[in-house]
Write a protein that binds this ligand. Structure first.
Ligand SMILES: [Zn+2]
Ligand SMILES: [Zn+2]
Length: 173
């Protein structure tokens, strides 16, 4: 196809095999993973200790959508028997710990946004940034302090969440 951008061969982020196929290196459908990893059969990626939720990784839908969808399943579910369904996902999202996580993450995002806006104001480009026409170099200067603060908060936050959710098993293949 004309205008297609292909990346150079490099290792798959999941299995490490060198990706060489056009389907793997087409920038438009690129997902850092090889075709084998994208389309292999469904497997349980993790089981979460708080409620035994199974986190499934399902095969990617097709060549134009190479991202593997995640499904949630409980073994006790009458309609999916733990293979993953929307009903299970609803139960999953309603768990108080996950609700707490989501609220905190939104709060962190809002805090980061307000730090960024403060920096934009200090650079004198808040209005330009809102209109999407601020100079890139100055945007970068405003982004710097926010990213440093944000990354520190996020890494602390990830550790906290991991300790709360403690996956029972992780198969990262
Ligand atoms: Zn792979
Ligand atoms: Zn279900």
């Amino acid at each position: 196809m004309p205008g297609k951008t292909m990346l150079g061969p490099h290792p798959c982020a999941r299995c490490g095999r060198t990706m060489k196929l056009p389907s793997e290196l087409d920038q438009e459908t690129y997902t850092q993973t090889c075709d084998v990893c994208a389309f292999k059969p469904a497997f349980v990626e993790a089981i979460q200790t708080i409620d035994q939720a199974k986190v499934w990784s399902y095969p990617a839908p097709g060549p134009t959508d190479r991202l593997r969808p995640i499904k949630i399943g409980y073994s006790t579910c009458a309609s999916c028997a733990g293979k993953g369904c929307d009903g299970c996902l609803t139960i999953y999202n309603a768990h108080p710990v996950r609700v707490w996580i989501k609220e905190r993450e939104e709060r962190i995002k809002r805090a980061a946004q307000s730090v960024y806006e403060k920096e934009l104001k200090r650079e004198g480009i808040l209005d330009l940034a809102k209109k999407d026409c601020a100079p890139a170099a100055r945007l970068q200067r405003a982004l710097g302090p926010m990213m440093i603060k944000y990354e520190r908060i996020v890494s602390f936050w990830r550790a906290l969440v991991t300790s709360r959710l403690k996956p029972l098993s992780m198969s990262r293949r």
